[in-house]
Design a protein around this ligand. Sequence first.
Ligand SMILES: NC(=O)c1ccc[n+]([C@@H]2O[C@H](COP(=O)([O-])OP(=O)(O)OC[C@H]3O[C@@H](n4cnc5c(N)ncnc54)[C@H](OP(=O)(O)O)[C@@H]3O)[C@@H](O)[C@H]2O)c1
Length: 312
Amino acid sequence: MTADAAARWHGSPLTIGTSGLGDLGPDGDPLLAPTRTEVELAIGMLTSPHRLVDTSNMYARGRSEAVLGAAIRELDGLPEGTEVLSKADRDLGSGAFDRDRVWRSFEESRTRLGLERLPLYQLHDPYTVTFEQAMDGANGAVQGLVELRDQGLIELIGVAAGPSDLLARYVRTGVFDVLLSHNRYTLVDSSAGDLMQEAAERGLTVLNAAPFGGGLLANGSTNTTRYGYRDAPQELLDWVARLRQVCADHGVSTGAVALRFSMRNPAVRSTVVGISSLRRLAELDSLLAEDVPAQLWDDVAGLGAPPSTLTD
Ligand SMILES: NC(=O)c1ccc[n+]([C@@H]2O[C@H](COP(=O)([O-])OP(=O)(O)OC[C@H]3O[C@@H](n4cnc5c(N)ncnc54)[C@H](OP(=O)(O)O)[C@@H]3O)[C@@H](O)[C@H]2O)c1
């Protein structure tokens, strides 16, 4: 089964990330009908040549899936070859994340998306339960995913989170088809590199998310002060400024280099990029078209170890 998806996703080095899709902010109502702007962005994502779209049950408190669902209905179904990947999330009220919650999460996801089956459903940020609780054979969250896969409702199961030590425990169970790691294989933090290599050798499909560290490593992003969703210390901002100078000296944009850093790792099947607007979606093509000279990688190495703030 993994081999089928692995083969399908071979031609999709980029996946469109939708954690910001439909994000109404702290006072927003996730139940409000999707706006025209949101649906048009979702249609752009679903019809882009990149074909894979990543969401989760809890992005924008369900609104990301709901907006994608509205776009899918407007398109009269998913475009040929496009796949929506989603994730199981804890109950946002109680924090419960067990077998039953995974089933409920899946029912919510497929109702919002209007899709009967999903190619991938992942255990997402399992931080409210211990590894042992999640792996509990009868009641654990992973049992719910295994049942969904056994029943053919999802094709592949994955684990998607940040801390590499935790992810390694899940990867080594042999249960998962897919690993998604975020913010830990970028120009400023490559601490997940060994785990991604191990996962690929074990036959898992590896997705690397947040190649811009949330925007800091792109050009012109609204985020210029945070890395991995935390404030970046001056030391890190100074390192990124030097990185930008190296990229400028080679005539390439930092965003193009950040994307290529992830895409050139053979263990990474697809790199998941967060897209906040149609303009950003179009800019991806320009970034991909840029030629990154081999000498640049030596010059980046010459900057010394980046002072990443992620300590897991
Ligand atoms: N635990 C998990 O499963 C997990 C965790 C993290 C991420 N993810 C997935 O990975 C995706 C990517 O993560 P992320 O969005 O947090 O980080 P990211 O991809 O590193 O950064 C995305 C941000 O970079 C900026 N950007 C994107 N393209 C740009 C361009 N061409 N030029 C300038 N700026 C650009 C955008 O910010 P502005 O447009 O606002 O400037 C965008 O919001 C998420 O959407 C999600 O699907 C999964």
